[in-house]
Design a protein. Structure first.
Length: 333
């Protein structure tokens, strides 16, 4: 399964602290925990002894050991080091656990305020790119998580779609009588696609909008379940020259037809509180959520004959062909 060879976000990094945290990815239950040195670990949420959930256990100190901590199973107290090896079996104080007594571990990284995991065990390859992350002129923050009863590809396709603005986001990102979509360009990239020249008329393009404006967008698919948009409104509509926003969509496919979603904002706004910025993003996405959950089938059809298409849909049609070429199976049909 190619999806196991990809990096996926599973939790906010700030949410992994002194206690184990459960998560789920591609139907696999995971446990996340952080050792005394601050390193995050992601394992199968199952003790190899009797199958109890390790996320119900606790992190205990262990001086002199790399990482300085062990994860203790809640059932029989078996303690595992940062590499997943069992080091203590309380019922047998003199017993030295063999190499086979170990938890199943996965590769983990931290980036963009999230914990990322690869289920094939390989700590290799690049995370989905987010170019704006390195721009110190832009403020970064995460919004979410949002749990959605829809497949991950349906959410990516919604993110790429402008023709729903005047209906789902009427009064915010669009208006019914201004829903026409001009032609735009879509081209292949090594990670998916790039759509440029995308334009939309928006009553309130962002929390900083003071008047309606034409906004230019670009969209980039950076991995099967990740995408980035950059939006540049007319300067007079936000009262700032050179104002722009870059928003990354990062999706965890918890199961084939259920996912957890985060947005990473990179925004030229240092005045408003994080709560205000998140509230605007909440407003927009929670307008999308019931529509996304209403779509049937929940999985995204990769056969282009299964649903109807127009020229306004060419980014999403391109995305479907991209997924089919990769051999993606989770969340598609």
């Amino acid at each position: 399964m190619i999806e196991k060879e990809l990096w996926h976000p599973v939790a906010l990094a700030a949410g992994v602290g002194d206690a184990p945290v459960p998560a789920r990815l591609l139907g696999e239950d995971l446990v996340l925990w952080r050792d005394a040195q601050g390193r995050v670990h992601v394992w199968q949420d199952r003790c190899p002894h009797r199958g109890a959930q390790l996320s119900l256990g606790r992190v205990v100190p262990c001086e002199g050991e790399q990482g300085g901590s062990r994860l203790e199973c809640p059932y029989h107290g078996w303690r595992f080091d940062g590499a997943g090896q069992c080091r203590e079996v309380p019922a047998l104080p003199g017993f030295t656990p063999p190499a086979t007594h170990r938890a199943r571990t996965f590769a983990a990284r931290e980036a963009y305020g999230l914990v990322w995991v690869r289920l094939d065990g390989e700590d290799a390859g690049d995370l989905p790119a987010f170019e704006a992350e390195g721009d110190e002129r832009l403020r970064k923050l995460d919004c979410g998580p949002y749990v959605v009863e829809a497949s991950a590809p349906r959410l990516v396709e919604n993110f790429l779609d402008m023709s729903h603005f005047g209906f789902v986001h009427e009064g915010w990102l669009g208006a019914r009588d201004m829903a026409a979509i001009d032609d735009y360009k879509v081209e292949a990239t090594p990670t998916g696609l790039l759509a440029t020249g995308c334009k939309a008329w928006q009553p309130q393009s962002s929390i900083n909008s003071t008047r309606p404006a034409h906004v230019e967008y670009s969209y980039e698919v950076t991995a099967p379940y990740s995408a980035v948009l950059v939006k540049v409104p007319e300067a007079q509509s936000v009262g700032a020259q050179g104002y722009r926003e870059s928003i990354a969509l990062f999706i965890c496919p918890t199961d084939g037809e259920r996912c957890t979603v985060w947005f990473r904002l990179a925004i030229a706004d240092w005045q408003r509180s994080e709560a205000e910025l998140r509230q605007f993003q909440d407003t927009i996405f929670l307008q999308d959520k019931p529509v996304l959950e209403s779509q049937r089938p929940k999985a995204l059809p990769l056969d282009l004959r299964a649903e109807l298409h127009t020229a306004a849909d060419k980014a999403s049609s391109f995305y479907r062909r991209y997924l089919k070429g990769l051999g993606i199976t989770i969340g598609v049909c």
